[in-house]
Design a protein around this ligand. Structure first.
Ligand SMILES: [Zn+2]
Ligand SMILES: [Zn+2]
Length: 269
């Protein structure tokens, strides 16, 4: 994605974020609490860092990705599949890789400490969407860039997948109550808002489920799916990480390197 397209996408995402934050006040999924206000500085700070890191990664990789694609080195060019097939297969493959990245972050102690930054938010709302450590941004980027390069996924399809992921991330985290039956129905194949809310539960068996990014098919196939009905009563966050001093922007950046967080191995088993 070139720089002007990247900034246009950011403006659209920012507008959608603002719209969802208004809807959150009209039909909230869970009642607002103090943490919805106190998490703002850390969440917005981490969101800016995520956008800046993504821009740098885009700039660093764009030329290389285009060269590989136009050099016909990828599998898709080799077997000469059509543009529509490249779109569908590309999205399915990149989404599987993103699912794997998420499972790896939960199951590897060092990476769980990085991913913990996203999970310790005690109040999930639209500002939680891009609350992640820059190391996680780098890792997620690699889990898209490597299969995209190997398969020769067209750069436009990669950009489409990443924009769709960012848009769905806003919907997944917004503290908005979706129609329950529709949410349940869509969760047969799609990662719905309530499906991802269950992933933010304090209960480890729920935290370690619903890893999907766009498609819920992988959670269903690998039996990591938890039904979405629990979303209304789920308690967000991670036990032992609620202290005020753990919830600041600085603490979030240092969290993967802190000795105490090494003992908070609540998720990996
Ligand atoms: Zn997670
Ligand atoms: Zn999340």
């Amino acid at each position: 994605m070139d720089t002007s397209a990247f900034f246009n996408t950011l403006i659209i995402l920012g507008g959608f974020m603002a719209l969802l934050s208004v809807i959150e006040t009209i039909v909230p999924l869970q009642m607002r609490k103090d943490a919805n206000r106190t998490h703002l500085a850390a969440n917005l700070g981490l969101t800016l860092i995520t956008f800046a890191t993504t821009l740098l990664l885009n700039l660093a990789s764009a030329a290389g990705a285009a060269w590989i694609y136009y050099s016909d080195l990828g599998l898709f060019q080799y077997i000469e599949i059509s543009g529509v097939a490249a779109l569908f297969l590309g999205v399915i493959a990149l989404d599987f890789s993103t699912y794997v990245a998420h499972v790896v972050m939960h199951k590897t102690p060092a990476l769980w400490r990085v991913h913990l930054v996203h999970h310790i938010d005690p109040a999930v709302d639209v500002t939680t969407s891009f609350r992640q450590h820059p190391i996680e941004t780098l890792l997620r980027f690699a889990f898209i860039a490597i299969p995209a390069t190997a398969l020769g996924v067209p750069p436009a399809v990669v950009a489409f997948y990443r924009t769709l992921s960012a848009t769905n991330a806003l919907l997944e985290h917004a503290n908005v109550q979706p129609p329950q039956r529709a949410d349940m129905l869509f969760s047969l194949f799609w990662v719905t808002p309530n499906m991802h809310k269950v992933h933010h539960s304090r209960r480890q068996e729920e935290t370690d489920s619903n890893y999907g990014n766009l498609l819920s098919l992988y959670d269903r196939f690998f039996r990591t799916f938890t039904p979405t009905g629990r979303a209304l009563s789920v308690r967000y966050g991670i036990d032992g990480c609620d202290q005020e001093e753990t919830q600041t922007l600085g603490a979030a950046i240092m969290l993967p390197f802190r000795a105490e967080s090494r003992r908070q191995q609540t998720s990996p088993n």
